[in-house]
Structure formats: structure tokens, C-alpha cells
Write a protein that binds this ligand. Structure first.
Ligand SMILES: [Zn+2]
Length: 282
């Protein structure tokens, strides 16, 4: 990326995260080398990663078993030593919001919250134009706010987390229970919704109710100028966005809720932006 927001070159490779830290590191290095070969005068590197990141130290301080060995990794230190360039590493929900705030759905606004509805529920907050990461780097973890006391068990160890009700994984699981059939993807589920499957319609309506309440809570707690909804479930919003807007019009008529506009590229774009910000601050 350059400072005008132009993506100069893109390169991608599956992380194959299940194969562990060394494999992720190897693939990360390959992608960065491919980019640097095209643009050897690159001034800095930004990285968005799953897990909780101490941005001051560039260290992954928490990661789930989805990324074996990732917890504790000195990501920034490794990358700076490898490429002799300044590096910023941050959580991928934070970098996605930084991207949307720069070039996407939140452009021109300074107070934003973003929810990413995918396998889990990612979240990030921006206050006064700066990402608000909190004292322990877990600010914005809306997915693990408890929504239903003693509710569905969550892989974080708690019960009833938001993630268990409005993520894509939760939606397919709830629909499977209600409709008595397996859904390999959200697309299949929403196709059944559009065919008029009553069990699936009830699940999607409950999802819209739950999402509206989560948004209401964010609106009351942080009062951002806009709340941005991204992730795979949001990509299928043609099916359910009207349901959500109807519920919000009753709950909070002033609310500004927007679909994310940068898709999967938001995280990379935002990571580049954070690297530029760090260079400016040096
Ligand atoms: Zn949880």
C-alpha cells in the first residue's frame, strides 16, 4: 500500500495454521518476500493476526488452539530481524477496523465499532480516531461478552458468549438443530430461508433479534458514530439486513449501522495503515 491508499501489489498464501507456528512463520515469510521483491524500497510492514497482541511489544499474548504454538510468539521482533524494516503487529479485528476506517465503510469517521461475524465474532473499537485496545489488549472482544447467563458453552471457557449466538458457526449449528439437517455453509442455510423453511426462518429471525440487541448494547456503552458489520455472515446480508434494520428502527432509531465494504482485504489494508502511522510517529 502507498500513503494514498492504493494497493500496489497483492500476494496470498494459505496459512495452514493447523500445522503449527513454524509453518505459519514460513508462509508469512514467503508472502513478505514476494511483496518486497516487487517493492524493495518498502518503508515498513504491518501484520494482522488472530489472537490477542501486545502491540507495544509486538507479541502474541493469547491465541486459541486453532493456531498451535502461536501464543507467546514475538511476531514483531521476528519480522524486524528477518527483514530489517520497522514492523507493526496487531489483532486482525483491529486491523480490519483500521482498514474500514481509512478506506471503507467508516471513512471520515473517528468513533467506530466493528463486528466481524464469521467462524467466531471478532470485534474492535476506535475512539477519537485511535484503536482502543484496552489495558490488557482485549478491548473490543465483543464476541466473548456474556449474552445469555449459563447459556451455550464457549471455547473461551465461559457460557453464553455473544459468539455462540450470532457467529456464522452458531447460525449453522442452530439451524441444524431446528431444521434437522446439516448445513455445510451459511449459503445453504440462507437458501433454505428463502425457500420458506419455517424452522430456518425462526432461526434467522432470532439471529436478527440477537444481533440488534448486541448492537444496542454497544450503542449504549460506547455510542460510536457508526457500527460496521463484516465477515462471512455479513456477505449474505441481502437475506437478513432488512430484518435487522426493522428491529433497530424500533430499538434505536438514530443508530448508524453499516455493512463493511472492504471484505477480506480490510485487515491487510488496515495493517498497512497502522505501519504508516507508526512511521509517522517515529
Ligand atoms: Zn466466549
Amino acid at each position: 500500500m502507498n500513503e494514498h491508499g492504493d494497493a500496489l501489489h497483492e500476494s496470498g498464501i494459505p496459512t495452514e495454521a493447523g500445522r503449527g507456528k513454524d509453518h505459519i512463520v514460513l508462509h508469512t515469510e514467503t508472502v513478505i518476500r514476494q511483496l518486497l521483491e516487487r517493492y524493495p524500497d518498502t518503508a515498513g510492514i504491518g501484520i494482522g493476526t488472530a489472537g490477542r497482541v501486545d502491540v507495544d511489544k509486538g507479541r502474541v499474548i493469547y491465541a486459541t488452539d486453532n493456531l498451535p504454538g502461536w501464543m507467546g510468539f514475538e511476531l514483531q521482533q521476528w519480522c524486524e530481524a528477518r527483514f530489517s524494516l520497522p514492523v507493526v503487529a496487531d489483532n486482525d479485528a483491529n486491523t480490519a477496523l483500521a482498514g474500514e476506517a481509512w478506506l471503507g465503510a467508516g471513512a471520515g469517521l473517528s468513533d467506530l465499532t466493528m463486528l466481524t461475524l464469521g467462524t467466531g465474532v471478532g470485534g474492535a473499537n476506535m475512539i477519537g480516531g485511535r484503536l482502543h485496545r484496552g489495558a490488557h489488549w482485549n478491548g473490543g472482544e465483543w464476541g466473548h461478552v456474556v449474552f445469555v447467563p449459563h447459556g451455550r458453552p464457549c471455547n473461551c471457557g465461559m457460557q453464553g458468549c455473544i459468539e455462540q449466538y450470532i457467529s456464522g458457526t452458531a447460525l449453522t449449528r442452530l439451524a441444524r438443530t431446528a431444521a434437522g439437517r446439516d448445513y455445510a455453509s451459511g449459503r445453504e442455510l440462507f437458501a433454505d430461508y428463502e425457500r420458506g423453511n419455517e424452522a430456518v426462518i425462526a432461526v434467522v429471525e432470532q439471529f436478527a433479534d440477537n444481533l440488534a440487541l448486541v448492537i444496542h448494547n454497544i450503542h449504549i456503552g460506547l455510542n460510536p458514530q457508526a457500527i460496521i458489520i463484516g465477515g462471512g455472515v455479513a456477505d449474505a446480508r441481502a437475506v437478513w439486513w432488512d430484518l435487522l434494520e426493522h428491529r433497530l428502527s424500533v430499538l434505536d432509531p438514530v443508530l448508524d449501522v453499516r455493512p463493511a465494504s472492504l471484505g477480506n482485504r480490510a485487515g491487510a489494508i488496515g495493517a498497512a495503515r497502522l505501519a504508516m502511522n507508526a512511521l509517522i510517529e517515529l
